[in-house]
Design a protein around this ligand. Structure first.
Ligand code: NAD
Ligand code: DAU
Length: 353
């Protein structure tokens, strides 16, 4: 049986990828390696956890010896690496954990793969999941392509850029077979509600202020998370070793316009009159160093491998809002305890100050 290691499989994107691969490839064993930080939640995977081709390993990617043991125990032939600290605001508040997990953790995993595979690199692959934020901010139009120079602007994107460089360095120096993909903003079920879309849906439901950073005119390119998972699966199986692929939705939205759509759909689904939640919009201090615009050109992925997003945004956002409103227990579980402290620290003064 082929053994594929997915790191960060209990997180948002990772759980969608694990679900897709466990269901699609019963003949492959999918090993989900996750430290279960605040962002990792095994209840995201309840529907596949009992399947015979699924395993869970609780581990920290920064623990090199543990990574070596896992490679030896499972005879891993492919890695899809998603484990990371992923939230920009947290990276501004505490950059160290981002350098540790995203840079040193990726390095430990690369080294473990290289050591495990050094006798035979044939049919092995280390696939690194990265972000469009490594390219910086598009202030004057245009799109990020695979050849756009790196220009990370936040501690989060600097740590992801650094991890991408290590992945390429291992390919160049040790001939480790690698692929990197850089994706735009994902949305969909199971996203931790520190990120814009689930946070705002939850706040609308509870009639809490919607903290819009700055003037709300920053632009993001949104992709439904299952389309990202499909792209990763396709690139993992059909992509060219050593290459980079950009993944995006060709779906740019100014934050404030997206927020107005969310309010409209959520109010309708909650049975409230149109406009009932408009007053929740609250302009707050901007994020430090806030990137103005990201926009991905995923032509290469389309032309070489035939991938396109499957969902129209209107359909995807309604499906997403409905999911969060229907899954209040999931939301209550992830927003209890430490989350309350996080929310108070991040937003208390912003909203009331
Ligand atoms: P997430 O924060 O929801 O999940 C991260 C997962 O990694 C969690 O399950 C967490 O427990 C795990 N983890 C963290 N530190 C770990 C460690 N030291 N060892 C083992 N596991 C650890 O993140 P996400 O939004 O699902 O993002 C997944 C990946 O995709 C990240 O690498 C991120 O940079 C990248 N990405 C995210 C987006 C997005 O819009 N969310 C877009 C492009 C790329
Ligand atoms: O582009 C890909 C990246 O997208 C991923 O690499 C990151 O892991 C992921 O978190 C995401 O980063 P962003 O910073 O773009 O996502 P976030 O949901 O935090 O913010 C989206 C936009 O909304 C951004 O312009 C900041 C703004 N925002 C966010 C929050 C949480 C607000 O106005 N208010 C908020 O409370």
């Amino acid at each position: 049986m082929e053994n594929i290691l997915i790191t960060g499989g209990a997180g948002f994107i990772g759980s969608h990828l694990v679900r897709l691969m466990v269901n699609k490839y019963p003949e492959k064993r999918i090993i989900n390696l996750d430290k279960l930080t605040y962002a990792g939640n095994l209840s995201n995977l309840e529907d596949v956890a009992h399947k015979p081709n699924y395993r869970f390993e609780k581990a920290d990617i920064c623990d090199y010896e543990h990574m070596q043991q896992i490679f030896a125990a499972h005879r891993i032939s492919g890695v899809i690496h998603l484990a990371a600290e992923s939230h920009v605001d947290r990276s501004i508040a505490d950059p160290f954990i981002f350098a540790k997990t995203n840079v040193l953790g990726t390095l430990a995993l690369l080294q473990a793969a290289k050591e495990a595979w050094k006798a035979d690199m044939q049919d092995k692959l280390f696939y690194h999941v990265s972000t469009d934020e490594v390219y910086g901010s598009l202030e004057h139009g245009g799109f990020f392509t695979e050849t756009t120079p790196y220009d990370p602007q936040s501690p989060y994107s600097a740590s992801k850029a650094s991890s991408d460089h290590f992945v390429r360095a291992f390919h160049n120096t040790y001939k480790l077979p690698v692929i990197i993909s850089n994706c735009s903003n994902n949305y969909g079920p199971y996203q931790f509600p520190e990120k814009l879309i689930p946070l705002f849906i939850n706040n609308i439901r509870h009639n809490k202020p919607l903290p819009v950073y700055g003037k709300g005119d920053n632009v993001r390119d949104w992709l439904f998370v299952e389309d990202h998972a499909r792209a990763i699966d396709l690139i993992f199986h059909k992509g060219k070793t050593g290459d980079t692929y950009n993944i995006g939705g060709f779906n740019e939205w100014k934050n404030i316009d997206l927020i107005k759509v969310m309010i409209k759909v959520a109010d309708r689904l909650l049975g409230r009159p149109e406009g009932a939640s408009d007053d929740l919009i609250t302009y707050v201090a901007d994020r430090a160093g806030h990137d103005l615009r990201y926009a991905i050109d995923s032509t290469k992925l389309h032309e070489e491998l035939g991938w396109l997003p499957s969902l129209q945004f209107e359909e995807g956002i309604e499906k997403t809002i409905r999911w969060y409103l229907d899954n209040q227990t999931w939301m209550d579980n992830v927003t209890s305890g430490d989350y309350q402290k996080y929310y108070q620290q991040m937003y208390g003064t912003r909203i009331t100050g």
